[in-house]
Design a binder for this molecule. Sequence first.
Ligand code: XBP
Ligand code: MG
Length: 232
Amino acid sequence: APPAVLFDVDGTLAETERDGHRPAFNRAFAEHGVAVHWTPEHYARLLRVTGGRQRITADLRTRGVPAGEADRIAAAVHRTKTALFAEHARAGTIPARPGVRSLVADLRRCGVRVGVVTTGRREWAEPLVRHLIGDVAGELAVAVYGDDVTALKPDPQAYRRALRGLGMPSACVVAVEDSAPGLQAARAAGLVTVVVRSEPTAGHDVRGAALVRDTFDGDPPLDTALFGRLLA
Ligand code: XBP
Ligand code: MG
């Protein structure tokens, strides 16, 4: 069996984008009097830019807002978005993707260490992860957030940090991701990666994944034995 499995958060543990992040961005735009509203279709394209603040800046730039002003607006709007989504996450009402909890339970029963690697902000990600699969004070072996790194996914920095936290070489660890940038980050850190595609990442190029699924349920089941075979 693999000694550790590292899970991405957004799109992997939960479908956070559609009912979570996107409405929070839109509410934050409205609160700041910024005349921008992201539709699901537009937002799916914007997900190519990782990091919420960077995503806002990129969108404003395409609307002709000068760089300095775009950065300033993005910082303010993103602060509000982060607070709004953190409140949502703390309420504990965001469900895990079907099959996630049973996979994590199976891994733990077999002695596999479980961690999370996200480049989203700690302010919302920590409470969300706590409700879904626990925290580092309890059952999580390691947790890396966007605040812990200087370069977001697809940069491998967050995964390298998690490996240091685990004290394990990449050869003993499987990553679970839903997106192309996440897969690139994990692969660049040397990890065997399982991709379970989510709603907004259905069309992503995920070549290089050891296994690609559209759901956590399915045949053969994603379990400790299957993850172990991927490392063998
Ligand atoms: C998720 C993201 C994040 C969230 C927003 O990517 O791209 O930017 O959409 O989070 P991944 P913040 O699943 O690969 O981690 O607003 O906190 O940046
Ligand atoms: Mg993701």
